[in-house]
Design a protein around this ligand. Sequence first.
Ligand SMILES: NC(=O)c1ccc[n+]([C@@H]2O[C@H](COP(=O)([O-])OP(=O)(O)OC[C@H]3O[C@@H](n4cnc5c(N)ncnc54)[C@H](O)[C@@H]3O)[C@@H](O)[C@H]2O)c1
Ligand SMILES: [Zn+2]
Ligand SMILES: [Zn+2]
Length: 376
Amino acid sequence: MLWDVGQDWKIEDVELDEPGPGEIIVKTKAAGLCHSDEHMVQGDMAIRNSDMEAMGLPPMFPIIGGHEGSGEVIQLGPGVTSVAVGDHVAASFIPSCGRCRWCSTGQQNLCDLGAKVFEPGMITDGRVAHHIGGAEAGALAKLGTFSEHMLLSENSVVKVDSDYGWGPAALVSCGVSTGWGSAVHRAEVETGDTVVVIGIGGIGANAVQGARMAGAKRIVAIDPVEFKREKAMEFGATHTFSSLEEATPAISEMTWGQNADKVIITVGLVEGDMIAPAMAVVRKGGTLVVTSVANMMATDVQLSLFDLAMMNKEIKGTIFGSGNPRFDIPNLLSLYREGQLQLDELITKTYTLDDINQGYQDMRDGTNIRGVILFD
Ligand SMILES: NC(=O)c1ccc[n+]([C@@H]2O[C@H](COP(=O)([O-])OP(=O)(O)OC[C@H]3O[C@@H](n4cnc5c(N)ncnc54)[C@H](O)[C@@H]3O)[C@@H](O)[C@H]2O)c1
Ligand SMILES: [Zn+2]
Ligand SMILES: [Zn+2]
C-alpha cells in the first residue's frame, strides 16, 4: 500500500466487504512490477495528499498498488455470470462493460468504465468497500494486484485457461498486451518495416516481439542499459543502440536515408523534449506511437509542426496497446502456447510481497525486464 507520493510500499491489513452484485473476490497468484505503479511513487501520476487537500479534493492515498496480475476466483457476489469459483483470471486495468460505444465497436481499451477507475469507491456502485482502520483504501485501477485478495468488478477480469502459469497470465494483463499492441495494433507494423523501439522494459520488450511477429525487417532497440539491449536481441531486435542520438545516423544509413516506418516510445517516463528527436527518425508518412506515461501536469512538447504537416507524419497515443482485453489477453496466451510469443523469458526475477520495494529498486537499477511477485 502507498500512503503518499515519495514513500515506500508498506504492507497493511485491509478489510474487504462481501462482494456485492457484479463483484467477485480473487485470490491473487502473481503480480507484475510495471512502471505505472512507480509513477504513483514518483508523483508523475499522483498528487500528494497535502496538494489535494489544498485544492479541496479528496486524497488519492492510501492506495493498494498493482494493476498487472493473475489469480483464482474464490467468491462471487449476486448475479455474477461471466466467471465461476475456481476460474483462473487475468486482471484488466481497463474494465470492459461490453455495452458502451467503445466496447461495442472493438475499442474495449477505451471502455467508458475506464473513467470510473479514477473515481472513489467500487466501479459497480461507487460504494466504499476496502477499509483500513475505518478509512477508505483505494485500489489502483480498481484492482490492487499487490494484495493477497482482490475485491473487484467482474468487468475487471478476463478468464484464461487454467493450464497457463500464473506469471505469464499476469504479464499479459498489462505489459505484454500494451507493448505488443503498441506495435501490432497502434503502429500497425507491416512486413518489411523498419521499427524503432525506445526503452526496453516490460513494455518495450513486447513492442519488439510485436514488431517481429508483424514481420518487421529491422527492429532497432534503444536503451542505455547493456543488459536490456542484450535481451532485446533475444526478443527479436536486429540492431541495438544506447541512445537515440547514437542511433539516428545509423537508422538513416540502414534505410538509405528514408528513416524508420514506425517509432515506438516505451521509456520509463516520457518527456516533451523526447518527441522532436523521435519524430526526426520517422520517415515521410511514418508513425510515432507514444506508449510511455508522462507526468500528468506536463503539457510542453518540442515538435517541428512544419515537418509534421509537410512530411505527412503522425503521432499516436495508446492505452493498453489499443487492444481489446477480452480478445487480446487470451489471444496472446495462445500465441505463447504455440511457441510464437516469449513470456517466461520476460520474467527476470521473482519476489515475495515483502520484497516489493527491492523489486522496484531493481527496476530503477535496470536489472529486470519484468520483476514478478508470486503469492502462495
Ligand atoms: N499506455 C499504456 O497503456 C501503458 C501501460 C503500461 C505501462 N505504460 C508506461 O510504459 C512505460 C514503460 O513501462 P515499463 O514497465 O516497461 O518500464 P521499465 O522501467 O521497465 O522500462 C523502461 C526502460 O526505458 C529505458 N529508458 C529510460 N530512459 C531512456 C531513454 N532516454 N532512451 C532509451 N531508453 C530509456 C530504461 O533503461 C528501461 O529499460 C512507462 O511510462 C509506463 O508507465 C503505459
Ligand atoms: Zn502497467
Ligand atoms: Zn464499455
